[in-house]
Design a protein around this ligand. Structure first.
Ligand code: HEC
Ligand code: HEC
Ligand code: HEC
Ligand code: HEC
Ligand code: HEC
Ligand code: HEC
Ligand code: HEC
Ligand code: HEC
Length: 444
């Protein structure tokens, strides 16, 4: 082997080594960069936030870092922690405070009440109290009878709160019993449940602890905890609406953390539930009164306009007008008003249809004890309401196949039941004909 040969093979080996090292360094560098980037995305509250409790010597924090580290971690990244709001501010109370538990030499509430938030957030609490999310949501399944006098007065003073045209579902509450309803009606309707200290509602049903993040509460999934299912499918409707599609495909790029009251079209190119019903958006002011922008009582069997509907409508339309033009919004409202009235007509027709059964005592007194009761109830409670919600929130499949179509189907079933019951009671067709229901009941 010659020397030159030897030199060149060393040279080649050296080059391979150096190139290999460079390659390894590049790969390692890339891995570092990628992991740094994905770490900064990982933090709960956006890359710019820091854990405000990282060096805290607060005694609750120090001990809870050991036994409930998740809570301390989440709270550490919240804006409230950054503003020096402490565990004690929400949890600590005087001895003897309703619901207080002794804990590590002090007294705490395991579940902070609205009164605790109210110390610092009076405006939000006041608006929340004026809404159907407060006492009306509780009264919906519980009734008003057991409310103490002061809460009864508070309930009765809520402007659009005492309107409850139909309480037939309270029978279901009793039939199912507390073992079931504790996991059903009571979970959703606890949003307005009074606490032992006399304050009302649970802010934490929307503001999931302990991040209390604007991003979380502005996202529609927050509302879908309750606004879902056959009788109030607002979540499903939103998903098929152009607004929901914009959210699903592009929501990752929206400016979720924008300070409350400053939101506008540059932050959100399409609205979420919160944008239309609560957020300050463009010219519309932020509100915790979710009824403040509503024109109709859509949840009712036959919808009536709300007492303050003109003002409410102006407030909702302010939101739409940030993205749509005036004619578009006015036309949309008159079309959706007409759809609401058409659904009202079908529900009225179903009532007229079954009136002869009531007049002739052909219905049992017990609620929900025969198929008739379920069909009659579903017609408005599921299908009628769904048709209206679909029209107002851009869900054509819900207006059509889960709404109007199901109403027609229920009408056909009711017609058959009415005719059978009348016949079995020996009541002639002529008797039925005399009623206003001639065109609906007689042909079967
Ligand atoms: C020395 C440790 C320690 C300190 C200090 C401490 N805690 Fe706790 N805390 C615990 C432990 C342990 C539990 C869990 C008890 C259990 O699981 O039954 C707990 C439970 C709780 C609970 C849940 C109670 C329930 O009934 O569900 C709350 C709320 C709470 N602590 C808040 C606080 C607050 C606020 C402070 C500061 C004023 C504080 N803790 C101080 C150890 C501590
Ligand atoms: C802004 C108010 C607020 C602050 C500040 C706060 N909490 Fe809470 N905490 C709540 C609420 C609301 C709940 C939920 C109660 C419920 O769901 O019924 C809760 C529940 C808890 C629970 C019981 C949770 C469970 O699932 O068992 C613990 C423990 C707790 N907090 C500890 C802490 C600690 C420790 C801090 C400080 C690092 C803290 N909290 C700060 C409002 C607060
Ligand atoms: C001791 C006063 C205090 C208490 C008690 C308190 N907060 Fe706050 N909260 C604040 C302050 C201060 C801010 C403003 C933080 C900021 O924007 O810099 C805030 C901000 C918020 C925000 C907005 C967060 C954001 O990212 O802009 C929410 C939501 C909130 N609080 C909910 C609650 C709820 C719910 C309760 C009761 C369970 C509560 N707060 C109790 C003082 C308090
Ligand atoms: C999945 C959550 C959820 C469950 C479970 C639930 N509700 Fe509701 N309920 C709602 C929502 C959301 C509304 C508001 C519908 C709307 O305005 O479109 C509502 C509306 C109502 C209303 C009409 C409003 C009023 O105050 O008159 C009554 C009454 C009612 N619910 C009673 C009950 C009863 C009784 C049960 C159990 C048999 C029950 N709900 C179970 C979420 C729920
Ligand atoms: C139905 C869901 C819901 C409930 C219940 C709720 N909030 Fe909110 N809250 C929101 C939404 C949505 C926002 C963000 C509004 C926006 O987009 O600017 C918000 C924002 C806030 C803010 C920040 C507002 C600001 O102007 O800085 C505070 C503080 C707050 N809520 C406190 C409370 C308190 C206290 C309660 C209980 C009385 C409560 N919230 C109950 C949905 C809710
Ligand atoms: C924990 C359950 C729950 C959550 C979460 C919830 N709601 Fe509700 N909501 C209800 C109940 C129950 C009612 C019916 C109250 C009544 O009329 O009795 C209701 C009623 C409403 C109404 C009709 C109010 C009226 O005056 O008729 C609107 C609008 C509304 N919610 C919007 C929202 C939005 C937007 C969100 C999310 C930011 C949300 N809700 C989150 C339970 C909830
Ligand atoms: C584009 C704006 C917009 C979006 C997004 C939107 N809504 Fe609505 N919502 C409306 C309008 C408009 C009405 C009908 C108002 C009226 O009565 O005039 C309505 C009606 C309702 C009602 C019926 C209240 C009653 O009278 O029974 C509830 C509850 C509700 N929305 C909840 C939600 C929830 C939850 C979401 C998200 C899943 C949502 N909305 C998304 C605009 C919107
Ligand atoms: C933040 C902007 C924004 C707000 C606020 C907003 N929309 Fe939209 N809207 C959109 C976008 C984006 C689309 C999808 C446009 C398209 O179909 O090309 C849309 C589509 C619609 C459509 C369907 C149009 C079609 O041709 O299919 C209707 C109806 C509608 N919006 C009604 C409303 C109503 C009513 C309000 C107020 C309650 C409202 N929007 C609020 C952005 C918004």
């Amino acid at each position: 082997m010659s020397e030159t040969q030897n030199k060149s093979s060393w040279w080649t080996a050296g080059r391979v080594l150096v190139l290999g090292l460079v390659g390894v360094i590049i790969v390692l560098g890339l891995i570092l960069i990628i992991s740094a980037v994905s770490k900064s995305d990982e933090t709960t509250a956006g890359p710019e936030r820091v854990n405000a409790l990282a060096n805290s010597d607060n005694e609750c924090v120090v001990c809870h870092e050991r036994n409930t580290p998740g809570i301390v971690q989440q709270y550490g990244y919240s804006t409230m922690a950054a503003a020096n709001v402490e565990c004690q501010d929400c949890h600590e109370v005087e001895e003897g405070y309703p619901g207080a538990e002794e804990h590590e030499g002090t007294f705490i509430l395991a579940s902070p009440t609205t009164a605790m938030c109210e110390q610092c957030h009076t405006a939000e609490v006041k608006e929340f109290y004026a809404s159907r999310h407060s006492l009306p949501a509780f009264v919906a399944y519980n009734g008003a009878d057991t409310l103490p006098e002061d809460l009864l007065a508070q309930y009765e003073a809520i402007p659009e709160g005492t309107y409850n045209p139909d309480r037939s579902r309270n029978a279901l509450f009793n039939m199912e019993g507390p073992a079931i309803t504790r996991f059903a009606c009571q979970v959703c309707h606890s949003i307005g449940r009074p606490a032992p200290d006399g304050s009302v509602g649970r802010c934490q049903t929307c503001h999931l602890r302990h991040t209390f993040s604007l991003e979380q509460v502005r996202k529609p999934e927050t509302c879908n905890a309750c606004h879902i299912g056959p009788d109030h499918p607002q979540w499903e409707i939103y998903q098929e609406s152009p607004h929901g599609i914009a959210y699903a495909v592009d929501g990752d790029n929206w400016n979720w953390d924008a300070e409350a009251g400053t939101l506008g079209v540059t932050d959100f190119p399409a609205p979420t539930c919160a944008t239309c019903h609560m957020s300050g958006f463009g010219d519309a002011a932020t509100t915790h009164d979710v009824g403040e922008r509503l024109t109709w009582y859509l949840f009712a069997p036959i919808s009536a306009r709300r007492p303050a509907w003109q003002d409410n409508q102006v407030r909702m339309q302010k939101v739409c007008l940030e993205c749509h033009n005036d004619t578009f919004v006015t036309d949309f409202y008159s079309d959706a008003d007409a759809a609401t009235e058409s659904v009202n007509d079908i529900v009225q027709e179903s009532r007229d249809l079954v009136q002869p059964l009531k007049d002739n005592g052909l219905l049992t007194d017990a609620p929900f004890d025969e198929p008739f009761d379920f069909i009659f109830f579903n017609l408005w409670h599921h299908w009628g309401r769904t048709a209206k919600f679909g029209a107002w929130m851009q869900g054509p499949d819900y207006t059509q196949w889960h709404g109007a179509y199901e109403m027609l189907n229920a009408m056909a079933e009711l017609r058959e039941i009415v005719a059978e019951k009348m016949e079995a009671a020996g009541l002639t067709e002529a008797a039925t004909m005399e009623d206003a229901t001639a065109d609906t009941g007689a042909s079967e």
